[in-house]
Design a protein around this ligand. Structure first.
Ligand code: NAP
Length: 478
């Protein structure tokens, strides 16, 4: 029987129910996870609540020591973790190894940052008063993570929360709980005291979500996932006025100006669009190319896309793995069909892969669409699949208008050699993350998060810890 619930330092099966975890490349079961319900979530909250006073007041150096050991353990098990990650998520093994290193980076950074949670002394204006500012951990934190980065989205939440002195209840995505289980085993081995980090795997997210939202002991919700669920959590947090961090969906524009290094831009787009088969929240969703170089860029980009190898992520050669499930495959197909109906031309790809072994998984060909227009779903909604729709633009003004014409505001990219334009665009684009001549801006030490409906708060860097801290003003009469 799977025992994947970690509550108060004990691994258990909860009620004894479990659910299968499937490999999206083959459809086969690759393991089981315990299926937590409301009572398990409440037990985990209780454990986190009991552990909070001691963990929250432990010297920061001691909390950092646990995290530094966790970082080293994650790195020492990089290959095991990467394979688990491929089996349940499908991404190519090389990307999975990179994710483990990236995910461990948040742990290392948070450990170091734990020691730098400084307060403040504020000059007084009334002679008999003195003003101090303390920063203190918020309390029990509920973390809910998605399947597209099964390790990095866990460490990006759990590490800064623990560093700040919060205790945690994590609910990982139901498609990818096994990587989270491995990560929590290592966190326990690193010396996290019982109850400090609790894990509830479940196939009933609404029940777990309700338990986390409904319990006043949970003071903070940190969530990565869809905008739809993010809004639900926001509404649900209102009753107890919980602190919230939301990393939600995007619809990233990728702008290529006529003065850009077109080869660099094509390489950049290849990575930015097709990493994780297009299932990243900051991946380019819609591509705008300045008219004079539109055809040439389309040619150079398509040439590269045709070389991408689709296959099981366990193969070292694979560059495009399967989509996470049949629903994701159907959505990608729908976006392509809708674009074609509205006049787009399929330049390459465009179909699911169904020959040989690939038929068992949810594989979609890396696809380039030309002549995309604003009315197409792939230009207005997050596709979350390996589809790159290209459209021409005439002026910088038009490019900025098109880029900002969305309810999302997570990441935007542009390629140009004009330094003044770089400054204009970095100021005018309404996005939390900008890749200027760079397709891969996310690093553990920099803030990550969105404007508008892409979210609230920031993960990464020193900003991350602030999300798990309360600010207390102490006025001392002397
Ligand atoms: P999702 O359906 O919102 O799921 C995310 C997490 O929320 C999962 O753990 C899910 O559990 C849980 N969940 C679902 N319904 C819930 C409810 N009623 N109450 C509480 N929790 C609930 O999103 P997804 O499809 O897994 O992930 C893709 C989305 O995440 C995309 O929109 C992507 O852009 C976004 N994303 C954003 C970032 C960022 O940093 N901004 C990073 C990565 C992904 P189950 O797995 O059990 O359904």
């Amino acid at each position: 029987m799977a025992k994947t619930l970690l509550i108060r330092g004990e691994w258990s099966a909860g009620s004894g129910r479990s659910f299968a975890v499937r490999n999206p490349a083959t459809g086969e079961s690759v393991g089981e996870a315990s299926d937590a319900g409301r009572d398990d979530a409440l037990s985990a909250i209780h454990a986190a609540h009991e552990a909070f006073p001691a963990w929250g007041t432990l010297p920061a150096r001691d909390r950092a020591a646990v995290l530094l050991r966790w970082n080293l353990l994650l790195l020492s098990r990089q290959e095991d973790l990467a394979r688990t990650l491929v089996l349940e998520n499908g991404k190519p093994i090389k990307e999975a190894r990179t994710e483990v290193a990236y995910g461990a980076g948040f742990v290392e950074w948070s450990a170091e940052e734990a020691k730098r949670v400084y307060g403040e002394t504020i000059p007084h204006s009334i002679p008999g008063k003195r003003h101090f500012v303390l920063k203190q951990p918020v309390g029990v934190t509920a973390a809910i993570s998605p399947w597209n980065f099964p390790l990095a989205m866990v460490t990006r939440k759990v590490a800064p929360a623990l560093a700040a002195g919060c205790t945690v209840v994590l609910k990982p995505a139901e498609q990818t709980p096994l990587t989270a289980v491995r990560a929590f085993e290592l966190l326990q081995e690193a010396g996290a005291p019982p109850g400090v980090a609790n894990l509830v795997t479940s196939s009933d997210p609404a029940a777990i979500g309700e338990a986390l939202l409904g319990d006043p002991r949970v003071r903070k919700i940190t969530f990565t996932g869809s905008t739809e669920v993010g809004k639900l959590l926001m509404r649900g947090s209102a009753d107890h006025v919980k602190k919230l961090s939301l990393e939600l969906g995007g619809c990233a524009p990728f702008l290529v100006f006529a003065d850009a290094d077109l080869d660099k831009a094509a390489e950049g787009l290849l990575w930015c669009k097709f990493r994780n088969a297009g299932q990243t929240c900051i991946c380019a969703n819609r591509v705008y190319v300045e008219e004079p170089v539109y055809e040439e860029f389309l040619r150079r980009f398509t040439e590269r896309v045709r070389t991408l190898k689709v296959g099981n992520g366990l193969s070292e050669e694979s560059q495009i793995g399967p989509l996470i499930d049949a629903a994701a495959l159907a959505k990608t197909e729908e976006h392509v069909a809708d674009a074609v109906r509205r006049g787009a031309r399929v330049v390459c790809g465009g179909k699911r892969r169904s020959e040989g072994d690939l038929a068992r998984g949810s594989f979609f060909e890396p696809t380039v669409l030309a002549g995309a227009t604003a009315d197409m779903r792939c230009m207005a909604e997050e596709t979350f699949g390996p589809v790159a729709p290209l459209a021409p633009f005439r002026t910088e003004e038009e490019a900025v208008r098109l880029a900002n014409d969305t309810r999302f505001g997570l990441a935007a990219y542009f390629y140009t050699r004009d330094v003044s334009r770089v400054v204009r665009l970095m100021e005018r684009l309404e996005y939390g993350i900008i890749g200027a001549n760079d397709p891969s801006p996310a690093v553990p030490q920099a803030p990550f998060g969105g404007f508008k409906e892409s979210g609230l708060g920031r993960e990464g860097g020193r900003y991350a810890l602030e999300e798990f801290l309360e600010v207390k003003h102490v006025c001392l009469g002397i």
